[in-house]
Design a protein around this ligand. Sequence first.
Ligand SMILES: NC(=O)C1=CN([C@@H]2O[C@H](COP(=O)(O)OP(=O)(O)OC[C@H]3O[C@@H](n4cnc5c(N)ncnc54)[C@H](OP(=O)(O)O)[C@@H]3O)[C@@H](O)[C@H]2O)C=CC1
Ligand SMILES: O=C(O)C1=N[C@H](C(=O)O)C[C@H](O)C1
Length: 264
Amino acid sequence: MKKIIVTGANGKMGQEVIRMISEQEDFELVGAVDVSNVGDDIHQLLGIDAPAVEISDDLALTLEKTDANVLVDFTNVTVVMDNVKVAMEKEIDVVVGATGITEVDLDRIKEMNQGATNKVIIAPNFAIGAILMMQFAKQAAKFMDHVEIIELHHDRKIDAPSGTAIKTAELIGENLSKDKNEIEQIEKISGARGGEHDNIHIHSVRLPGLVAHQEVIFGGLGQTLTIRHDSINRKSFMPGVELAIRKLEEIEGVVYGLDNVIDL
Ligand SMILES: NC(=O)C1=CN([C@@H]2O[C@H](COP(=O)(O)OP(=O)(O)OC[C@H]3O[C@@H](n4cnc5c(N)ncnc54)[C@H](OP(=O)(O)O)[C@@H]3O)[C@@H](O)[C@H]2O)C=CC1
Ligand SMILES: O=C(O)C1=N[C@H](C(=O)O)C[C@H](O)C1
């Protein structure tokens, strides 16, 4: 039985994850942690009185009071590393959905995992279409070496660029020729050309009405290629979150990206 604590339980993703957990026979929600008041919402969400769920704003305390064996984190860029650290100290398995984990953070998590028995999956995007979009973009980069990324999200998102855009740039970067032969450019408004990661321009759009979307645009001689993915709701991420929780049993140590646990 997967006995799961969700951090960020009252958030948009946390609520969807709790709903998904309640639909699995071999998953049990034992703790719901959020700094917003989660109590009523959890009971409403599960549609039952769920006294067995430890509801709190403190992960360490919740870990003390439950026999959880998995943490699923959907908090945000500012707190995710603290939560991962608490879980690593307890040596429980972790699925990280919150974005903003940097390369330095990833190294720290791997360091904390040295000699430990717990497993960690960090996935900037759990939607299968997004994983395919990233893989197709990586493949296209072998043939077209001019590319920019436009990611578009709802206006409540606090981190920019998205974790997906960063991971996409890293995957494309593995196949991209380094010589871009760009002309010198003058930015008349700072940021007009977006940010750069691994030499790839990333543009972040934030608007109400959007959920999570990304275009990877390649340019070549007399042609462009656009690879686009749209998550139109947050259910799109749930099969991936469920899969990650199940795959914890099969992996070793720390895995970054769901592409590393599915057979592509
Ligand atoms: N990997 C993936 O496939 C996906 C990842 N994400 C990522 O997941 C994260 C959450 O997204 P989303 O649900 O939209 O965001 P929300 O802001 O809706 O949810 C985050 C929740 O975490 C709470 N929170 C803040 N600080 C703490 C803390 N210290 N301890 C516990 N809870 C805390 C927030 O409370 P309060 O509002 O009071 O601050 C909020 O309820 C983001 O990083 C996002 O980028 C999102 C979608 C898919
Ligand atoms: O905040 C979001 O909503 C999302 N965040 C993730 C990211 O930063 O890539 C995944 C998805 O794009 C939705």
